[in-house]
Design a protein around this ligand. Structure first.
Ligand code: CA
Length: 238
């Protein structure tokens, strides 16, 4: 329950109305977009807390080039860290992996039970809020500073733009500096659900995280891979 702002991006009128109704009944402030252009404009202007993003979007009614949900996600992630719940019509795992890899927080396969939509939305928003509340102090290392409250990472005096999942992975590792954390554990920390699928998903995100954080991502120093076990954060304490 909350007054959080949710943007629903869906091109099918019936589905759009049903989804909005569920969320409005739950007390959220809901706006809508039916194509990629509108979606990106609204994300920039209104900064929703969460975007419910359908993966299949047909011809844009603005006559412009069409974008599917994955393209919108890729584009919005350039300057938004809004939470994203992806709606997919397929249970093909690579589509879900692609969505999560591009920075979606979770996905829901259509057709879905309205209760399931509510549950996922609440879980994502609770996590986003929880992350800012259960902040504690910032984690200081010689190489970087992680502020769980503001969800900001500073390296060499500059903010490093991370997706929510990259941030949560880094935070999970950094909070237990020097300890090996397994992939399944990282998945449950960063996605907040038991993911029974492909643990290589973690490796994909870790690769992106290293590119952003490491001086030389081919010789990672901050985040070490421990073969057969998982990852270990090696930031130097100050
Ligand atoms: Ca659709």
């Amino acid at each position: 329950m909350g007054t959080e702002k949710i943007l629903v991006v869906e091109d099918e009128a019936d589905a759009l109305e049903r989804t909005c109704q569920v969320l409005e009944d739950d007390g959220y402030s809901v706006s809508t977009a039916t194509n990629g252009h509108d979606a990106l404009t609204q994300i920039a202007d209104e900064q929703p807390d969460l975007v419910v993003l359908d993966i299949n979007l047909d011809a844009g009614d603005d006559g412009g080039p069409t974008m599917d949900g994955i393209e919108i996600l890729r584009e919005m992630r350039k300057d938004s860290d809004a939470c994203v719940l992806m709606l997919t019509t397929t249970s093909i795992s690579y589509v879900k992996v692609a969505a999560l890899t591009m920075g979606a927080d979770d996905y829901l396969t259509k057709p879905f039970d309205p209760k399931e939509l509510t549950a996922r939305v609440q879980a994502i928003l609770r996590r986003a809020k929880g992350a800012s509340r259960s902040s504690g102090g910032a984690l200081e290392f010689k190489e970087l500073r992680i502020d769980p409250g503001a969800r900001v990472v500073i390296k060499d005096g500059e903010e490093v733009k991370l997706t929510p999942i990259e941030f949560d992975l880094l935070l999970a590792l950094a909070r237990r500096r020097g300890q090996v954390i397994g992939r399944s554990q990282l998945i449950s920390r960063a996605w907040n659900f038991k993911y029974a699928g492909d643990e290589r998903l973690v490796d994909v995100h870790m690769g992106r995280l290293r590119k952003k954080l490491e001086d030389d991502s081919s010789k990672p120093r901050l985040i070490q891979t421990v073969w057969g076990k998982g990852y270990r954060f090696e930031g130097e304490e100050v």
